[in-house]
Design a protein around this ligand. Structure first.
Ligand SMILES: Nc1nc2c(ncn2[C@@H]2O[C@H](COP(=O)(O)OP(=O)(O)O)[C@@H](O)[C@H]2O)c(=O)[nH]1
Ligand SMILES: [Mg+2]
Ligand SMILES: [Zn+2]
Length: 297
């Protein structure tokens, strides 16, 4: 008889499943298909200390990121994506945009947090760079993760009772955030590394952490943020994944307007009137070109 469980880490095709008692063990996929990802609820079968995945329960959603042609990583059944950036190192607007587009395409809410409030000058500059996101309704939190006086109440409230995938460039403070909110994070990582027989947890793609003992709030840490590919999205769907572009795309003359060069384009009109941020339109145009380029694989 199969048991239900949740995928809490993955390593290649092998995953770590947490059972209903909280015990974690490595499970192997049965067959080539049915690739389970972190966040999946699965039916599994025990065999001694390990197990096999028999089936994957229907998913609420599936978040994709494609780092290059080969490496795809996913997480399933998310409530939201938290894009964590910092005053320093300076974040890439394009990377932030990509993460939000991937979330929007998957039907997942996203929010942004800007860390390192103590670096006041750089922080103020970065805060202004996030203005276009606030303008179309994205929640942006100010954080000082290294300031232990701060109880992070606003952040805790935003995460409460939710499953949140944390994404951000190296150096933004992802590990600091996990360690602040998940006191037993290191122990949890060690159990996962042991189950996967891998010395370093850095080879794990995504890891699930429980924030509270009641297991109602979860954080997923996903290392790496570079080369955030969006090859799974059709260029014609891009505008609908960028709320500030989408708002102005209803009044284009051509139903299949790409908002790049056409006359009587609502988006380009809004751009010329300053209603769309020029940097955001540039990101749209660049991404549209990237997605439209012939794929050589
Ligand atoms: N100045 C400052 N540094 C911070 C803050 N939070 C984290 N850091 C530092 O930023 C560096 C990168 O943090 P880390 O959590 O490893 O980032 P990750 O690469 O996203 O996991 C570390 O040296 C942290 O101590 C903060 O609020 N202020
Ligand atoms: Mg880290
Ligand atoms: Zn248009």
């Amino acid at each position: 008889m199969t048991l239900s469980g949740r995928v809490v880490a993955s390593h290649g095709r092998h995953v770590v499943v947490e059972d209903n008692e909280g015990k974690r063990r490595i499970c192997h996929p049965r067959g080539k298909k049915n690739q389970a990802v972190v966040g999946d609820l699965v039916q599994w079968l025990a065999s001694e200390d390990e197990g096999s995945i028999e089936s994957i329960d229907p998913r609420r959603n599936l978040f994709y990121r494609q780092d290059d042609i080969r490496t795809k990583s996913f997480a399933a059944n998310l409530d939201q994506v938290l894009v964590l950036v910092a005053a320093e190192p300076e974040f890439s607007q394009s990377q932030v945009a990509r993460a939000l587009i991937a979330a929007e395409q998957a039907g997942i809410r996203s929010l942004i947090a800007l860390n390192k409030q103590d670096l006041t000058q750089a922080f103020d500059k970065a805060w202004i760079r996030l203005e276009p996101y606030r303008a179309f309704g994205t929640q942006v939190l100010a954080l000082g993760l290294r300031n232990h006086e701060d109880d992070l109440a606003q952040l805790r409230q935003a995460l409460h009772h939710k499953t949140t995938l944390v994404l951000g460039p190296s150096g933004a403070g992802k590990s600091t955030l996990i360690n602040r909110l998940v006191p037993q994070a290191n122990a949890s990582t060690n159990i996962i590394s042991k189950a996967l027989h891998s010395g370093k947890h850095t080879t794990t793609s995504t890891t699930w952490y429980w924030v509270d003992e009641e297991k109602t709030t979860a954080l997923l840490d996903s290392p790496g943020f570079q080369e955030f590919g969006l090859n799974h999205i059709a260029p014609s769907d891009l505008a609908s994944c960028m709320p500030d572009i989408k708002t102005h795309s209803d009044h284009c003359k051509f139903y299949n307007c790409t908002h790049v060069h056409e006359p009587d384009c609502g988006v380009r009109q809004a751009l010329s009137e300053g209603l769309i941020d020029a940097g955001r339109h540039k990101i749209y145009v660049d991404l549209f070109a990237e997605m439209s380029a012939p794929k050589n694989y």
